[in-house]
Design a protein around this ligand. Structure first.
Ligand code: PLP
Ligand code: ZN
Length: 479
């Protein structure tokens, strides 16, 4: 007998600009009446409150042992996510359930903080974007099945993790889904190109920058049957809520004294995480909200600037971004800013004024922090380094204490952004980043024996000489 949940909700798009509601039987990205962004809402959500929080905890804990692939990933929390999908719609490529790794004692001592990283780089395309794609593509499969569509183009404008994730899920589904990514010509590195090319996506280049690509993609979405997979797609936000559910479950649903640190780029992820915790709270699954800290680089900090102003005088202004090592968060006019505002108000209404904050850090602090974390066994990307830099800054500002647990989001795998580590170790940062490597943190390979020695010496002598050089370099004592 299937252990797939029986509850079905009724979902609608709700515009955060004008409040208009739209049916989910068509794909919508921005409000046709006012241009606002959407959230998805289950209009029967309140009926879930009839089940006590303790019972939900038991259900989700039991489901964690399910062998059903449809419940192994982000849909473990089916009722809170997209309870309009059927079991056959749900895609599972191994996303979600990423570990939370408590920082080693050495790092915690250096920091004077109780930190842990949630390794979202351990998702299939090596970033958290897979959470949202699993949900968005499952819904797309549902639409294709129920409407009998014979072709649909999955498309996104991106130079990084969004296109990698979209191309991966599209290539798995195949069939009537074709996949394309639109990139700014000459503005992407070979690494950034490798993932969508490897997944077989059609990779199209447009002269200009990311925003030019985005405009082309939006024109296509307005006029053709294409599934837009940028974070305007509210199904992606929904899938990313799973991050919050997993954090709560990992700590046995006790969020008191927990602080969650997230980088903010387009602000989709922090929106999803706040939305997710609020759902858990509404159902009595958690009694307390954690505190949520957004982190931005001083080179791309529009959300920080907004919240740094006094409550009465806040005004949102896009900023011109400068070069940032937190490249995936280098966005001056975040699409999801209205969503952040919406959830931040709700968060503060329950958790108090200090329950949502935005911290600003420097490029130098981001790089130093990433390398410091990884020298203690973490696998943080630059955005993960940004979270640790944010935690240190929050401590300086007296906002966090060693009594709390700080959960830092390593949003991608270390290796995806390895070029920045190379620049740090080889001291080749272009001046616009403003990063000066700390020699104590740099690391370079050292040659242990020369090619001439190899030619000159016979085999046993060569090995002995190389080993002697290692002994000298490391100061080894004989046993
Ligand atoms: C997309 C991305 C971000 C930024 O997330 P938003 O939802 O745009 O705020 C941060 N880190 C990584 C690795 C990303 O891929
Ligand atoms: Zn509207």
């Amino acid at each position: 007998m299937s252990d797939f949940p029986t509850y079905r909700g009724r979902m609608e798009y709700v515009c955060l600009g004008c409040g208009a509601r739209f049916d989910i039987s068509e794909l919508h990205y921005t409000c046709p009446s006012c241009g606002g962004v959407f959230l998805l809402t289950d209009t029967t959500f309140d009926s879930l409150k009839k089940t006590p929080g303790a019972k939900w905890r038991e259900i989700f804990d039991r489901r964690a042992a399910s062998k059903n692939p449809a419940l192994r990933g982000v849909f473990r929390f089916y009722e809170l996510m997209a309870p309009v999908l059927e079991e056959e719609d749900i895609l599972y490529l191994g996303e979600g359930n990423t570990p939370i790794v408590t920082s080693a004692p050495g790092l915690r001592a250096e920091l004077g903080l109780n930190t842990a990283y949630k390794n979202d780089g351990q998702n299939p395309s090596a970033s958290f974007k897979d959470r949202g794609m699993a949900c968005a593509f499952s819904f797309l499969k549902h639409l294709i099945r129920t409407k009998g569509w014979t072709d649909v183009l999955a498309i996104c404008a991106s130079t990084g993790d969004t296109s990698a994730a979209a191309a991966l899920y599209a290539s798995y589904v195949g069939g009537v889904i074709k996949s394309a990514v639109i990139l700014p010509a000459g503005k992407v590195t070979p690494q950034q190109l490798a993932q969508p090319l490897g997944s077989g996506a059609v990779v199209l280049e447009v002269p200009g920058v990311f925003d030019d690509c985005m405009k082309v993609v939006e024109y296509l979405a307005d006029n053709y049957r294409v599934a837009l997979l940028n974070s305007k797609n509210a199904w992606r936000i929904l899938g990313q809520e799973s991050y919050a559910f997993e954090v709560a479950q990992w700590y046995d649903w006790d969020m008191a004294g927990k602080c969650v640190f997230m980088p903010i780029g387009n602000a989709g992820n922090i929106t999803a995480v706040m939305g997710g915790f609020l759902k858990l709270h509404a159902l009595g699954i958690i009694d307390a909200l954690p505190r949520v800290f957004g982190v931005q680089s001083h080179h791309a900090d529009p959300v920080y600037r907004y919240y740094a102003a006094d409550a009465g005088t806040r005004e949102f202004k896009p900023v011109a971004v400068r070069a940032s090592v937190a490249q995936a968060a280098m966005i001056g006019n975040p699409v999801s800013f209205p969503r952040v505002k919406y959830f931040a108000e709700k968060f503060e209404a329950i958790g108090g004024e200090r329950s949502f904050q935005v911290i600003q850090v420097t490029e130098q602090q981001i790089m130093d922090s990433m390398i410091q974390a990884n020298r203690h066994g973490h696998i943080a990307c630059t955005q993960g380094g940004e979270c640790l830099a944010g935690a240190k800054r929050a401590k300086e500002l007296g906002l966090v204490s060693p009594k709390e647990t700080l959960v830092l989001d390593a949003t991608a795998h270390h290796l995806k952004f390895i070029g920045f580590q190379d620049m740090y170790f080889s001291n080749t940062f272009p001046p616009e980043f403003g990063v000066t490597p700390d020699p104590a943190l740099s690391n370079r390979p050292e040659q242990v024996i020369t090619a001439e020695d190899k030619k000159r010496l016979d085999a046993p002598d060569y090995v002995r000489q190389a080993a002697q050089n290692v002994v000298a370099r490391l100061g080894l004592a004989r046993k």
